[in-house]
Structure formats: structure tokens, C-alpha cells
Design a protein around this ligand. Structure first.
Ligand code: FE2
Ligand code: FE2
Length: 288
């Protein structure tokens, strides 16, 4: 088994500065880290799917490094449109997984039962992402290496539509070309993304496309066809991808915050299955 926590769109600013003048992204990432460490089943790996910082400043990456330090498991990062490759490399380059040279920050993680492939979709200075010919060729070559091994691909910009128009207009271009690389490969468990700041799922390219909510602010859920771009402080969250050899990847959404409960399931006597031990196990039947 393997449990992968996916955190995304942290948008870290220098300490004391709020993102967009509103969001205390430092405090929100602190809360996310605390939530991950409080999980009964401790994640084996954490992946951070881009927009790690808001402006890609060295100072922001240094704060991010400090905020992630309590995580005892390996953390793998990729850039988003708010990041700068050179500064990300400068602060996190010594951790052994980011390529030291080359134009793109893609890599694979090979030492787990689920193979991880990290893609860099960034187009410097642009909001949208891209998988150009060089990046597609790199991915195709990696997939050809181990065609039967269960694989999770992670990238910042979703290569599929979501119905949120202003975000879809800055998604990963060349989605169809990427889909062509993935098509026919039954070992791709998920393509997991960030960027849209919401939990979204789609059947796509013969696999499942998935977007995790932000650990900070969320994009407003608005499926009308217009370009208005707004965010909201709905509950933040992250995804937990549980890989089991018998079922593959199962994705859960974890919300970050203090919530009432847990409460025991004390069943009302009127519950139809109250006498049915198979349907209502004793722990759920209030000691029938
Ligand atoms: Fe973002
Ligand atoms: Fe983004």
C-alpha cells in the first residue's frame, strides 16, 4: 500500500504578507501540514502540485521550505504558473529529486510500489501551461520504460476542461496531444493536477483526471460561460491518494480545519436494519 498526500496551490508570500491582500497563506499551509501529520494513517509521500509560491521569490521558497519542514516523509514539488524554476531550484535543488540541469523540472520517483511521474507544464510569464513536443517526448519515453507498472502522473495545469471558463482558458494547452501519449496505457492510475483550486474529477484519455482543492483559497464554483475570475474562502483541503495492489488508487478529499465530532453512530430504534447484524454491525447499532 502507499498513501500519497497531494497539497496544491499554497501561494506562499513573504512572511506577514497576504496573497491578494486577503489570504494568510502561511497560516493556511501551517494548518495543512498539521492536518497531514494528524492523519491516523500517516501519508508515505507528499506531492505539491504547483503554485507553491505566489510570486516565485527566493524569500517565498525559503518560507515554504521552513513550513514543510515538520513533514517527516519525502515531499516532491513541481512548479505552477506562479513559480519560477530558477528560484525553486535554488532553494529545493539540494533535495535530490529536481533535475540539476535542463529546461524543465520533470522527474520520476521510482522507489515506491506506485510510480510517480512529475510533469513541468510551466510557460514562463504566462498563466496557461503547455506540454510541447519535447515534454511529450520525455513523458512518452518514461512511460515506455515501465509500461506495466501502476503510475500516478502529477502536473500543475489540468490538460482537460472543467466547465469553469476563466480557469479553462489558462489550462494546459496541447491536452489532446498529451491524451494521445496516454491513450491505450492501462497502467496510468490518475493524472492529478492543481491550478483550479477546487476538487474536480473527469474521465479522460482512458484514465481519470483529478484536481485537488487548494490548501488556501478556492476558485468560486461558477459554471456559467463568462470570464469573471474570483476566489472564496470555502474550507480548504487536500487529496489523499491511497494505492492498494488489489484496487489501484482510491482518492479521498480531506478538509482542513477544526470540526465538531467524531460522534458514535447511535442508531434510532426505528432504523430498518436495527435487528440485522449483517446490515448494521454492533458498533453501528448502538449496542442492540
Ligand atoms: Fe493557484
Ligand atoms: Fe496555477
Amino acid at each position: 500500500m502507499l498513501l500519497v498526500a497531494q497539497i496544491t496551490d499554497m501561494h506562499i508570500r513573504p512572511s506577514g504578507k497576504k496573497a491578494y491582500g486577503v489570504v494568510d497563506t502561511e497560516a493556511m499551509l501551517r494548518a495543512a501540514v498539521k492536518s497531514i501529520l494528524a492523519q491516523n494513517r500517516r501519508p508515505d509521500v507528499v506531492v505539491g502540485t504547483g503554485d507553491l509560491t505566489d510570486c516565485g521569490l527566493v524569500e517565498e521558497y525559503e518560507l515554504l521550505r521552513d513550513l514543510l519542514k515538520p513533514l517527516s516523509m519525502p515531499v516532491y514539488l513541481i512548479p505552477g504558473n506562479h513559480d519560477r524554476r530558477d528560484n525553486l531550484r535554488r532553494v529545493f535543488g539540494g533535495q535530490g529529486y529536481l533535475p540539476e540541469a535542463g529546461d524543465y523540472l520533470h522527474y520520476t520517483v521510482e522507489d515506491r510500489p506506485l510510480r510517480l511521474i512529475a510533469l513541468d507544464t510551466v510557460v514562463p510569464g504566462k498563466g496557461h501551461g503547455e506540454m510541447d513536443a519535447a515534454r511529450l517526448a520525455w513523458l512518452g519515453a518514461r512511460l515506455d520504460e515501465q509500461p506495466d507498472r501502476p503510475t500516478l502522473i502529477f502536473m500543475h495545469h489540468p490538460p482537460f476542461p472543467t466547465g469553469i471558463q476563466h480557469m479553462d482558458s489558462i489550462n494546459c494547452r496541447n491536452g489532446e496531444a498529451l491524451a494521445a501519449v496516454l491513450k491505450g496505457r492501462s497502467n496510468i492510475e490518475r493524472v492529478v493536477c492543481g491550478h483550479h483550486h477546487r476538487s474536480i474529477q473527469i474521465r479522460w484519455a482512458g484514465t481519470i483526471g483529478s484536481i485537488a482543492p487548494s490548501v488556501a483559497h478556492q476558485v468560486v464554483l461558477d459554471l456559467m460561460p463568462h470570464e469573471d475570475s474570483t476566489f472564496t474562502m470555502e474550507p480548504p483541503g487536500y487529496h489523499l491518494h491511497l494505492w492498494r495492489p488489489d484496487h489501484g488508487v482510491i482518492t479521498h478529499t480531506a478538509f482542513i480545519g477544526e470540526f465538531a465530532g467524531p460522534y458514535p453512530f447511535v442508531m434510532d430504534p426505528d432504523y430498518p436494519a436495527i435487528g440485522d447484524k449483517a446490515a448494521a454491525p454492533a458498533t453501528h447499532a448502538g449496542g442492540d
